[in-house]
Ligand binder design. Structure first.
Ligand SMILES: [Zn+2]
Length: 750
């Protein structure tokens, strides 16, 4: 053995040794119990962050432990298409070339993003390998694989048949100039100076920057604790308007800032996000006054047809003439939302969206955890799940991005003349408008081929089908929320509903992930699992903490405190990084990146190596060149053992029990700690030191060799590379020299 362990010389070689041995690919064996984990899929176009690394370390630990215990162990790897994030990343590369998504029709854009992802997908797969993950690559899945899409589409059809899907209004970030919606991530916020108008509103004076939306007001709101207005709460007020007198109710809601303006605000649920949410809470009417063309609509009476900024000027003038304008603050600075594409003002707009009714889905999912059919570790995280299940509302699942699974809804253009579409014609010019008018000028084929977006009114007729129906049908251009497909991850990875894998490996054993996505992801998987199969998709959920930066803050690019795990891997070795993170994650709490622990486990790795090297040198010196040359440890040796030997074996037995107990309760850092202390203190410092001068060298060496090899087994799931490296270096000292440590059996009581 070399004087010191150099991880760079071993890691790659050892990974390929494991992979070639077939140890990662389990057999479906009815005589064995299955043990299954699905890897939470990292984003295909990204790099792994520290949280991903922790996740891999924990899951590989569990998988290796169970594999050595004789389970038929399956760990399925995969990557996620990550709709929004990936599309935005891709659009940045387009921008560098002076292009944008608006230069392409939908299908072309999809193919371009797909190519981009395929180029990058290899990077993350390589990182998963470098971490030593013993995943079954032969079962690798991507969330946009054709069979995944098929299952997801089938689920949507079933939900629709069961009456659990509907279309309803939903507030989106809409840019009337670009004619499209933008994700929250695509909306920029900038500070701007705008006039703040103080309007006379019945008994009140109230401030607004948007007097033109007053035709859409359906309430007036004050803060519940604001003493000035207490007597008005719940009452109706009469307001003198530009078109006519109208009545509004005064609601009390904590979203009102009593310090803004006069502490009274008008509520326009159709055109403001806060107002929209307040509207949902107070059951307010939603009354749109601005159309998708950015002009005031019929609700604005004589102002209909005016664009927003032009309308504002005229309306302010008319309010002044009627004596309804009290004053103007010309120096009001506020934050406005603009589209990232052209910097145009975002118009929060209500558009029809696809929803899933959650009541029937969430009740059994809630009960599964209440009744302990699914257990959440650590236990203190469980209340988050219950709170979420109690408050969960119907789920809006449409996303206005191309990179995703397209919703399988089809609109017959002859039945839906008022579909609003945007497409590139054959000359690559952008054309927008109602399909009824546009189809007089353009053929269906030209429209379909160049289609970018489609907005179907609430009343549109549609067909849900996996494939295009016969006739002039345009498919919905919205895609599913990423969580809608990844919510079916345990099912799609196992080939639900008919595969042998599904029948043998489902339900899986544990779902391990960051607590941050308990709501978004874990809850949805439980809902879909029970809805489709009658069984929750896993028995246990283990939620790990968030790895924070060295300074204790959340890692963020803008703070410049992001830790690149690969640098640590390079310097200290994968084993030290894995063990450092595992040891840092006590009871699922958030923790600072444990730099000191990584270093101390690098030292531990050296110690473990040195013990092995010492053993090999002594055995060589004493003439025990092969396993059989030395007395092999067995129960029959009992009479020859000294008290020190018996104590060591007893301690090791206890260690094995402790490790099993800790891992069974997902107390990884405790397990790491006991192994560390056993090997360093009990085995190396005490036993070796105290027994080096014994006359019965064969007995003490036999005990020592035996306990050391078994300790390597216990340590293997935590530090797989170095333990396997030593195992191979000392193959002559083992009964089965060809055996790999990864496939060896877990120690039982000696
Ligand atoms: Zn725009």
């Amino acid at each position: 053995m070399d004087k010191r362990y150099d991880h760079k010389l071993y890691e790659e070689k050892i990974y390929s040794l494991w992979e070639k041995s077939g140890a990662f690919t389990p057999k479906i064996d009815p005589k064995k119990k299955p043990y299954t984990i699905v890897l939470p899929p990292p984003n295909a176009s990204g790099r792994m962050h520290t949280g991903n690394v922790l996740m891999i370390a924990i899951e590989d630990l569990l998988i290796r432990w169970k594999r050595m215990q004789g389970f038929s162990t399956l760990w399925i790897p995969g990557t996620d298409h990550a709709g929004f994030e990936t599309q935005i990343t891709f659009e940045r590369t387009l921008k560098e070339k002076g292009k944008s998504r608006f230069d392409f029709d939908r299908n072309t854009l999809y193919k371009k993003i797909e190519e981009f992802v395929l180029e990058n997908k290899g990077l993350i797969e390589e990182q998963i390998r470098n971490m030593g993950a013993s995943v079954d690559w032969s079962r690798y899945k991507f969330t946009l694989d054709p069979d995944v899409i098929e299952t997801v589409v089938n689920t949507f059809e079933k939900l629709h048949k069961d009456g659990l899907v509907y279309r309803d209004n939903y507030m989106v970030n809409y840019c009337p100039i670009c004619g499209t919606t933008f994700a929250d991530l695509e909306v920029k916020h900038k500070e701007r100076k705008d006039p703040l108008y103080f309007l006379k509103y019945g008994p009140f004076s109230l401030a607004t920057v948007r007097p033109e939306t007053k035709f859409g007001d359906t309430a007036v709101a004050v803060h519940p604790d604001d003493k000035r207005y207490k007597q008005y709460i719940g009452k109706e007020i009469e307001v003198e308007g530009l078109l006519s007198k109208f009545k509004l109710t005064v609601i009390a809601d904590t979203f009102v800032d009593p310090k803004f303006g006069t502490g009274v605000v008008k509520v326009t649920p159709a055109h403001d996000k806060n107002d929209y949410e307040a509207g949902l809470r107070h059951n307010l009417e939603i009354k749109p006054v601005i159309g998708l063309d950015g002009k005031l609509n019929e609700n604005a009476g004589k102002y209909a047809g005016l664009a927003v900024t032009a309308a504002r000027k005229i309306i302010v003038e008319d309010l002044r003439k009627k004596g309804l304008l009290e004053k103007i603050d010309e120096n009001y600075i506020h934050t406005v939302a603009v589209c990232y594409k052209g910097g145009h003002d975002i118009e929060p707009t209500i558009l029809p969206n696809w929803f899933v009714k959650v009541k029937k889905l969430k009740e059994p999912a809630h009960n599964a955890v209440k009744e302990g059919v699914v257990k959440i570790y650590p236990k203190w995280q469980e209340s988050k799940y219950h709170r979420w299940m109690e408050s969960m509302q119907d789920w809006p699942i449409s996303r206005q991005v191309v990179w995703g699974i397209r919703i399988p809804a089809w609109y017959d253009i002859n039945d839906n003349k008022n579909l609003l579409i945007t497409f590139l014609n054959n000359k690559k010019e952008t054309v927008s408008g109602e399909i009824g008018k546009l189809s007089e000028k353009y053929s269906f084929e030209e429209i379909e081929k160049g289609l970018q977006t489609l907005i179907a009114p609430q009343s549109a007729k549609y067909v849900i089908a996996a494939h295009k129906p016969k006739g002039e049908f345009l498919q919905e251009t919205d895609t599913f929320d990423t969580w809608f497909s990844s919510g079916q991850w345990p099912l799609v990875t196992l080939g639900y509903p008919n595969s042998k894998d599904y029948k043998y490996f489902y339900p899986t054993d544990v779902l391990e992930t960051a607590w941050e996505i308990l709501r978004l992801w874990v809850s949805r998987m439980i809902m879909f699992g029970i809805y489709l199969t009658g069984k929750p998709p896993f028995k246990d959920v283990y939620l790990h903490g968030i790895v924070r930066a060295l300074d204790g803050k959340k890692m963020s690019k803008s703070l410049g405190n992001v830790i690149n795990p690969e640098e640590y891997q390079e310097e200290f070795g994968t084993d030290a990084l894995r063990m450092g993170l595992i040891s840092g994650t006590a009871n699922g709490k958030d923790f600072n990146f444990p730099r000191d622990k990584v270093i101390s486990f690098r030292n531990f790795a050296n110690k473990v190596w040195n013990i092995g090297r010492f053993l090999s040198i002594v055995l060589e010196k004493e003439g025990y060149k092969k396993y059989d040359d030395l007395l092999s440890y067995s129960k029959d040796m009992e009479s020859k053992l000294k008290q020190e030997d018996k104590d060591l074996v007893k301690k090791f037995d206890q260690l094995t029990k402790d490790v099993n107990t800790c891992l069974g309760k997902y107390r990884f850092s405790d397990a790491a700690e006991v192994i560390y202390h056993f090997m360093w203190d009990d085995l190396a410092s005490n036993y070796l030191e105290n027994n080096k001068n014994r006359v019965d060298k064969d007995v003490t060496l036999s005990v020592f060799r035996h306990v050391y090899f078994n300790s390597l087994k216990l340590l293997h799931p935590f530090m797989p590379f170095i333990t396997e490296a030593i195992w191979q270096e000392l193959k002559n000292q083992r009964k089965y020299p060809e055996q790999l440590l990864i496939s060896s059996s877990w120690p039982e009581n000696m």
